[in-house]
Design a protein around this ligand. Structure first.
Ligand code: ATP
Length: 489
């Protein structure tokens, strides 16, 4: 299993993800997506949007503002319930989630060994004196305060005067923007039940214990759907969405053995939920949530109707009655899915005695789709053809041109960032004094490292097939076969 440090270091080295404000020492739990990271995350969001909005006649999209009327958070229950129990260390002032504190290793000064300091694994007792943790797990010295409830919403002030009247919050979930627009969307789009509203956007939570890279941060992006259904059909729709969302991740290459569904226990359910199932990924730190699929009943629409005084109902033509729809909510994290796709794609292999790091990302998600590599950078015709090809590819697929190393190094570089295909232009492609141009280029497949040689005029159609996962079919065409060249990989 790939540990997080390996991924963090690859991400920094290859321009995927950097620590925020790094030159000032960094900002806790905030991360910036670099040139390749933004492509990857955009591709994840684009795939989600296409599958859940563009391809579905029962879905529409929304982009609501982050700052909302403060009463939204009273009505939704976030002001009263969006809290974690927290304890403080009286000595070092560190703060911990009371319900998670025994999931971390703890520092212990053991009286039975003259006060020697030990790191004891999570949940275990000291092997020397048998003591269990009662003090601060980090400094090992301070007593902890009683648990207090800590609201996770970021408070801010709207308008020029910082007085209480102008207090508002950065949204802790995108969902509420959908509920408060229910009536606007229903009327303007003339929708019939069942229908869904999808939104991708930033959410903010002042997490007490952020960590594990981009898995738990204080600013993150959600991809949420609120799917409105007739009461009574909610349980069936809930199951359909659980199945649909569970099938989505493997469609983009995530290995099935690394994801699972976890049903929430009754006492774990959020105050609004009738049933919730989480989709979890097997990270190095253990199975962890990627997405929650909840049956939120009619809780939110009823709450907003109560607090706003506006009816949030649906007129059923068949029964001629007004109903408050039930809502199924598949709520995914864009950052967590991106991280899981990265971790899942990471492979280390040995090729002819050398280590090869390769990100086996689905072509749809890969940040760079094609790298165009000139075999000789001093040959003007090769360079000019390669640059022209790259410009042509860029119209459809994000592609790069690179001539800054030997071909073997260039291949490795592209493997490490997950580029599915490299196209090489060489002397035969453009011809020289001795032989005429063959007008063909070499395409190398990232995963198999196989190579084929194809005519330039057919390149567009071939690339389209390759992006659709048809390497084996294309490579089987007799005309395209070339014997593997020693040392070319
Ligand atoms: P957790 O139990 O891990 O705190 P949650 O159950 O509170 O998560 P939800 O409120 O269901 O999370 O949010 C839906 C999705 O938003 C999560 O499945 C996750 O992908 C993402 N998400 C939530 N909190 C964070 C965070 N702090 N950092 C990154 N992504 C997050």
């Amino acid at each position: 299993m790939t540990d997080m440090d390996t991924i963090v270091s690859l991400c920094k080295r290859r321009g995927f993800i950097f620590q925020s404000s790094e030159i000032y020492g960094g900002t806790g739990s905030c991360w910036d997506y670099g040139p390749l990271g933004v492509e990857l995350k955009n591709n994840v969001k684009r795939a989600w949007w296409r599958d859940n909005v563009q391809l579905r006649p029962d879905m529409v999209g929304l982009d609501a503002s982050i700052l909302m009327h403060p009463t939204v958070w009273k009505a939704s229950g976030h002001l009263d319930h969006f809290t974690d129990p927290m304890v403080d260390c009286k000595a070092c002032q560190r703060r911990f989630r009371a319900d998670k504190i025994d999931e971390e290793k703890w520092t212990h000064y053991c009286a039975a060994t003259k006060g020697n300091k030990f790191d004891i694994p999570a949940g275990e007792a000291c092997p020397h004196c048998g003591a269990r943790r009662t003090l601060c797990p980090v400094c090992g010295k301070g007593e902890l305060t009683d648990a207090r409830q800590f609201n996770l919403m970021f408070k801010t002030f709207m308008g020029p005067v910082e007085d209480e009247a102008a207090v508002t919050y950065l949204r802790p979930e995108t969902a509420q923007g959908i509920f408060v627009n229910f009536e606007n969307i229903l009327q303007s789009m003339r929708l019939k039940l069942p229908f869904g509203i999808a939104q991708i956007g930033k959410a903010f939570r002042n997490e007490i214990t952020p960590g594990n890279f981009t898995f738990r941060t204080r600013e993150f992006e959600q991809m949420e759907i609120e799917y409105f259904v007739m009461p009574g059909t909610d349980e069936e729709w809930h199951q359909r969405w659980i199945d649909e969302r569970f099938a989505w991740y493997p469609r983009y290459g995530m290995r099935k053995e690394n994801i699972r569904l976890r049903e929430h226990d009754q006492d774990e359910l959020a105050h609004y939920a009738k049933r919730t199932a989480d989709i979890e990924y097997r990270f190095a730190m253990g199975w962890s949530e990627l997405e929650g699929v909840a049956n939120r009943t009619d809780f939110d629409l009823k709450q907003h109707a109560k607090f706003s005084g506006k009816a949030l109902e649906y007129f059923d033509e068949e029964t001629k009655q007004k109903v408050v729809p039930y809502v199924i909510e598949p709520s995914a994290g864009a950052d967590r899915s991106t991280l899981a796709f990265l971790v899942d794609a990471y492979h280390q292999e040995e090729v002819r005695g050398e280590k090869r790091v390769v990100l086996k990302l689905h072509p749809e998600l890969a940040p760079v789709k094609i790298a165009v590599l000139p075999l000789l950078k001093k040959n003007d015709r090769i360079v000019e053809t390669a640059k022209r090809l790259c410009a042509e590819f860029r119209k459809r697929w994000y592609s790069v041109y690179d001539d800054t190393a030997s071909i073997g190094r260039l291949y490795r570089r592209q493997d490490e960032v997950g580029t599915p295909f490299c196209v090489t232009v060489d002397v035969q492609t453009v011809g020289d004094e001795k032989s005429a141009a063959d007008e063909k280029v070499t395409i190398r497949d990232r995963d198999t490292m196989q190579q084929i040689r194809v005519p330039l005029e057919k390149l567009d159609g071939i690339m389209t097939d390759l992006m659709a996962g048809k390497w084996a079919e294309v490579a089987a065409v007799a005309d395209y076969k070339i014997p593997p060249r020693a040392g070319s990989d």
